[in-house]
Every structure is written in C-alpha cells, then in structure tokens.
Design a binder for this molecule. Structure first.
Ligand SMILES: *[C@@H]1O[C@H](CO)[C@@H](O)[C@H](O)[C@H]1NC(C)=O
Length: 278
C-alpha cells in the first residue's frame, strides 16, 4: 500500500512528466545539411579564423602577454585567459586575477570573436542553421495553437517547458528572424559593428531562456515574446508588445506552411506520401 507521501510523490511525478527528446531538442545533430555544410566544413567559420589572426586580436595578444617577440604567437592562450576571467566572474562573482590582463577594449575584441563564432556556427551566417530548427519551431506553434483554442478544458497544460542549450536556442531565435543586423559581422568590419544587435553574451548568457506567453484577450489570443525575461518584439510586428496571435502566425506563414526538415536538411522533395524512413 502506498503511503500518503508515496502517493504524493507519485502524483508529482505524474504532474511533471518529462522525457528526453533529442529529435526535438538536438535537431542540429540530425540535420545533414548543417553537419556537412557547417559543422564539418572547414571553410564555414573562415571569418572566425581570419579574425583570430587579424590585427585586432594580434594587438590584444601583444598587450596581454606583453609579447615583444613576434616569433611567439600563442593564439589560444589569450582566449583561455579570457575564459578563466569570465568564468570566475560569472560563476563565483570573483574579480579574477586573469581579468587584469585585459582592459575594456580588449574585452570588446574578445567578445566580438565569440559573437563571430556563434553567428557563423549557429545563427544567420548560414541559413541552414536556423532551418535545422524547423521541427522545434513547428512544435512551439502546435503547442500554442492547442493552448489558444477556445473552451479548452481545465486539464490542458498551462505550460510547456523545454530545456536545452544555447546550441538549440540560437538556431530557433535565428529562424524567428531575431538579432539579424543589416551587415553581417566579418573578420574585417569589427570597427563598424559596435552597434550590432547580435551579441551572444546578451542573447545566450548562462540560463538563457525564451518564453512565449499566450494571453486570452478580447479580440483573440495575443502572444508575447520574452528573451532572458525581457520583452522582445517580433520582427515585422514591432508596433506591439503582444500582437494578436493570428498576426504572428500570418508573419510566419511561410515557415508554418513550409520549413520542412527533410527537405531543408536532406534535400529531399516532400509531399509524396508519408516518410517511412527511420
Ligand atoms: C562550406 O562553407 C562554404 C562557406 O560558407 C560554402 O561556400 C560551401 O558551400 C560549404 N561546403 C559544403 C560542402 O557545404
């Protein structure tokens, strides 16, 4: 016989059913177009490599390592020191001695290097990165569709929670058209990129989160987007904090009707009967 606490535990387990779904959350691993076109492609991150060996990084290295001799170029040492500095600062709130190696301008250069990497590896740099998240995109909108149905029963899920990493979040944010600056960041345009919106340190910091909130309103459901707890407006619907859900759907119509994982990732035609492949 179950004790009350046992029963309670059981109920909680039932209430908080969870499962691991890598198909949904680690879509990029299964997307051949992404794996071959970006992850395994040695030229996909060319801008990052160029910047790492460019004049801005070179200057940071020279200053940080007090390096007068041009014969020694420890390319990754400076980055390692910067990571130690930022980890100790963000995890332990410690002003780490490693940070003394850098001034603010150095930090900006190193921040740009990280942004370049995220941009070209997981974001707008390659369209396939965003497209690989099509299954997750569709999942989100299916969930919202269900939640927004009128006269929904009281037992319907009040919330759906998905947990993943930045590598899952960035492609989805890119697919939604967020943080897309007019000029892509490259190895050569550091000096004109100070005002960029693509700042990975702000978009995917520790505990990054993306929230879709559906409101039951008079003219129909409204949808608000929050990124790291701050309201963000949908591209193309910038006049409203929480536009009508149907307007959001209309904005993403092309993705709701298309954005097929098999076609985008495998280059296969679609609409020829069910896909029975494993
Ligand atoms: C590798 O990346 C480069 C630069 O983005 C691209 O032009 C090329 O088509 C990619 N190669 C493959 C095999 O996808």
């Amino acid at each position: 016989m179950l004790s009350l606490w046992g029963l309670l535990g059981l109920c909680l387990d039932l209430l908080y059913l969870h499962q691991v779904d890598d198909q949904l959350m680690r879509f990029f691993e299964r997307c051949r177009g992404y794996v071959e076109g970006v992850e395994k492609n040695r030229t996909a991150l060319l801008e990052v490599e160029k910047f790492k060996h460019g004049k801005e990084m070179e200057a940071v290295r020279r200053r940080a390592l007090n390096e007068d001799c041009p014969c020694v170029r420890p390319v990754d040492l400076v980055e390692a020191a910067f990571f130690l500095c930022s980890y100790e600062l963000s995890i332990k709130s410690l002003h780490s001695p490693w940070c003394f190696l850098f001034d603010e301008d150095d930090a900006k250069v190193l921040e740009y290097k990280s942004d370049l990497k995220q941009y070209w590896k997981r974001s707008h740099g390659h369209v396939i990165s965003g497209l690989s998240s099509c299954p997750l995109f569709h999942h989100v909108f299916r969930t919202l569709d269900k939640a927004g149905r009128p006269r929904r029963s009281v037992t319907s899920h009040p919330a759906s929670i998905l947990v993943g990493h930045a590598e899952t979040l960035l492609p989805l944010l890119s697919l939604l058209g967020l943080y897309k600056d007019q000029t892509p960041p490259t190895a050569d345009n550091y000096r004109t990129q100070h005002g960029r919106s693509f700042r990975s340190g702000l978009i995917v910091p520790y505990a990054a989160n993306l929230l879709f909130v559906l409101y039951d309103c008079q003219r129909g459901p409204r949808l608000q987007l929050l990124i790291n707890e701050s309201p963000v407006r949908f591209p193309g619907l910038e006049t409203e904090d929480a536009p009508l859900y149907r307007d959001v759907r209309a904005t993403y119509r092309h993705l709701l009707d298309g954005c097929d994982f098999e076609r985008e990732c495998e280059g296969r035609p679609v609409g020829r009967g069910p896909n029975t492949e494993l």
